[in-house]
Design a protein around this ligand. Structure first.
Ligand code: DON
Length: 567
């Protein structure tokens, strides 16, 4: 061989070998032609937060490191639901199959009382549980992140908090939908934050840089002092001062005593799949297992996606499950939830026995009020790392921007999670949900939630990571997304894109996304007594599927700015 050709040949072999090595150890070559990734993935509600999570994974952090970083990043870039002043739930499955769930749900303050939202005549003043200082529960997010990181994190605490701090300090470009939303909510922000300047600005433009100095200071204290950076010292003082100013109840004692809690995950089966999900104080896990148990015996694949039979069957299952939710579910530390009975497959089969294909079952006569909030202002993110550890986190302030109250000087919003309690039996909350004794207000109790972060296994291996915001519709959106993949053979993105519908026992209506049911199916169901109401969007699912080839396929909900990033 001529010398030059030989050198070129050797160089080529070296280059090809280099490429092969890079693809083995990672680099940017984890992507295949279908847009699936080998080395890890983050799907969240905001492009900046997904980027933070991906950077942490690339740096050698695991899924928990990335989850903590994304939680804090969302508190900066997605103030409608991302938070340090709220709470949430985390579901975890390690690559080896260890599972756990973390409850960092808010708690009622020590001075809360059962009738705190009733007037002298005993009528519910629902505005008070939804807006302003009295609506806030004791925040759980910071302690939750501290506990998750302490148990499973690999990088240092400072390394996972720093990216959020950078975003607050240096600013980030707001998206188009944020520009519109921030402008639209100025009236409420002004109303609940008199005399403050934070976040008050009438004109917002897509792409403008938003810097949050007060929040940066708070994040710095959290970075340097861990849980004490939030639950003690300067930030605790600012929270309590804010409460005093606006008639709220959260005290220094409440903050000092708050503890997130590891709970035994709820585990069930659907066909070949194992479902790992959130136990109470979320109603989501129990309700999801009940729904899956209710429909398992029916040939959904044959009925087809969103056919009249599928819709009817799912609606009847949902009607029964949400009726149970209203009566039986509450904080297990305060109320004995009949968990074992509810998730027993036989129980759901019996509940479905009186369902009649010829006509709609009638929900009872209890009067349910209007559902006043249709925002999707909780947020969910799903993460998998290179080893195959998986995390699902759903976190919230409850309504969009929570109580609307900013803690003066600390730059973050407080939740309005107290509205998730049943303020009075028979009075619906902002999602139209009813409740009673099980979910009555008590000091230190956690309010019932619908948040359903969930992980699925197939044949002992990771299969799916899934969750969504959407208040009462969370459970049905997770349920339908799972069925879209398992029964209707959709890929992850199509399963997330697919139109959803929802029934919650009361009000007596099937809520459906525009275009979600074809007119013939709708007519058939209306003739059987089903009432439909259209709604723009239901849920905002962010999920990841592990394909049989071992790649991760993301589903980022197009209903929002949700972004999937992998490597
Ligand atoms: O925990 C719950 O169920 C509610 N606080 C969730 C609120 C929510 O998803 C808001 N988005 N629509």
């Amino acid at each position: 061989m001529n010398k030059n050709i030989k050198v070129a040949h050797n160089l080529f072999v070296l280059f090809a070998f280099g490429l092969f090595l890079t693809s083995c150890v990672g680099g940017q070559t984890g992507r295949n032609n279908s847009g699936q990734y080998k080395n890890g993935m983050v799907v969240s509600a905001h492009p900046e937060a997904s980027k933070v999570g991906l950077d942490i994974l690339k740096k050698g952090g695991n899924a928990i490191d990335a989850a903590v970083a994304v939680q804090f990043a969302l508190a900066v870039v997605y103030p409608d639901a991302g938070n340090i002043g709220g709470g949430g739930f985390l579901a975890y499955r390690s690559a080896k199959g260890e599972i756990s769930t973390l409850d960092f749900r808010e708690k009622a303050p020590g001075n809360a009382s059962r009738d705190m939202y009733l007037d002298a005549a005993g009528n519910a003043i629902t505005e008070k549980s939804i807006y302003g200082h009295l609506a806030a529960g004791v925040p759980g997010s910071v302690d939750g992140m501290v506990k998750a990181h302490a148990k499973y994190g690999k990088l240092s605490w400072a390394e996972v908090v720093q990216p959020a701090l950078n975003l607050a300090q240096n600013g980030f470009s707001i998206t188009e939908s944020q520009a519109q939303e921030f402008a639209a909510m100025q009236k409420s922000i002004k109303k609940y934050n008199p005399g403050k300047s934070y976040f008050i600005k009438d004109k917002w433009t897509k792409g403008e840089l938003w810097v949050q100095k007060d929040l940066a200071k708070t994040l710095q204290l959290i970075r340097d002092n861990g849980r004490d950076g939030f639950y003690a010292g300067e930030v605790a003082d600012l929270i309590v001062a804010e409460m005093k100013k606006g008639g709220g109840l959260i005290s220094k004692e409440d903050l000092k005593n708050y503890q997130a809690q590891w709970r035994d995950p709820l585990v069930g089966n659907y066909k070949d799949f194992k479902i790992i999900t959130m136990p109470p104080p979320s109603s989501g896990g129990i309700a999801l297992l009940q729904l899956l148990n209710s429909v398992e015996a029916y040939p959904l694949k044959r009925y087809g996606f969103n056919s009249d039979s599928t819709i009817q069957l799912l609606v009847e299952a949902e009607r029964r499950v949400y009726a149970d939710r209203a009566t039986h579910l509450g904080d297990p530390d305060f109320y004995k939830v009949p968990q074992k009975q509810l998730i027993d497959p036989k129980y759901s089969v019996e509940r479905m026995a009186n369902f009649n294909w010829n006509k709609a079952t009638l929900s009872s006569d209890i009067k349910a009020g209007e559902i006043i909030a249709e925002s999707e202002e909780t947020t969910h993110f799903s993460i998998v790392d290179r080893q195959g550890n998986a995390v699902a986190v759903t976190t919230t302030l409850n309504g969009g921007y929570g109580s609307m109250v900013f803690v003066n000087g600390a730059g973050f919003l407080l939740n309005n999670e107290m509205d998730d309690f049943s303020v009075k039996p028979g009075t619906p909350n902002m999602f139209g949900l009813l409740g009673g004794e099980a979910n009555a207000i008590q000091p230190g109790k956690r309010m019932l939630s619908s948040m359903t972060p969930t992980i699925l296994e197939k044949n002992g291996d990771l299969f799916m990571v899934v969750g969504t915001p959407g208040g009462s519709t969370i459970i049905t959106s997770v349920f339908q997304t799972i069925l879209n993949v398992i029964e209707f053979d959709m890929g992850m993105q199509s399963a997330v894109n697919a139109k959803r519908f929802h029934h919650q026992w009361l009000p007596e209506e099937v809520v459906v996304e525009k275009g979600g049911v074809d007119s013939l199916a709708r007519l058939k169901l209306e003739n059987k007594g089903y009432k439909f109401r259209e709604r723009k969007a239901i849920g905002r699912v962010d999920a990841i599927l592990k394909t049989k080839w071992g790649y991760f396929e993301g589903g980022a909900d197009p209903r929002g700015d949700d972004t999937k990033l992998g490597w």
